[in-house]
Design a protein around this ligand. Sequence first.
Ligand SMILES: CC(C)(COP(=O)(O)OP(=O)(O)OC[C@H]1O[C@@H](n2cnc3c(N)ncnc32)[C@H](O)[C@@H]1OP(=O)(O)O)[C@@H](O)C(=O)NCCC(=O)NCCS
Length: 156
Amino acid sequence: MSARADVLWRVRRMRPRDVPAVVAIEHSAYDFPWSERIFRDCLRVGYRAWVVQHARAAIAGYALASIAVGEAHLLNLCVAEHARGQGAAACLLEAVIAQAERESAAELLLEVRPSNRAARRLYVRYGFETRGRRPNYYPCRDGREDALLLSKVIGH
Ligand SMILES: CC(C)(COP(=O)(O)OP(=O)(O)OC[C@H]1O[C@@H](n2cnc3c(N)ncnc32)[C@H](O)[C@@H]1OP(=O)(O)O)[C@@H](O)C(=O)NCCC(=O)NCCS
């Protein structure tokens, strides 16, 4: 558990029955959301996945990561709009970093849109550094948008 801004967040593993609530947040947050099928496939293949809640309230956000052969990759991190600015994403990211440490990953990688200021500030706060750019990585309303590739050394 972590406390910030008077909110006590609980992070726990995502279960298949959480997927409908997760998909609802996903669809409200992104122009090009993942489908329910993608979330179910992620759980099926064993990607690490978490949800964050305030006490027994509804799910407020989630994170998914793949961790294998010494490398962790943050695939999705999202908080419902009504729950933002209260430390929920920070709690999720701390859970991902802790799991990457436990699984002896040397590095945690992620992609982020250059236009996504909130997410970029979050990642900088947690010690991520820009490693490169992936051209035309994301769909956007008028075509494609590059991604910034960020990474954080784990265990230091
Ligand atoms: C990015 C996102 C996950 C942040 O979630 P959140 O729960 O509001 O973030 P937190 O309250 O934990 O904030 C942690 C830090 O993130 C940064 N941050 C979060 N929201 C911010 C905003 N609107 N503007 C600037 N920085 C912001 C800050 O550094 C903040 O720490 P600080 O308040 O001590 O400065 C959330 O805005 C979101 O879900 N956006 C849509 C999905 C998305 O873009 N996901 C990331 C894909 S790479």
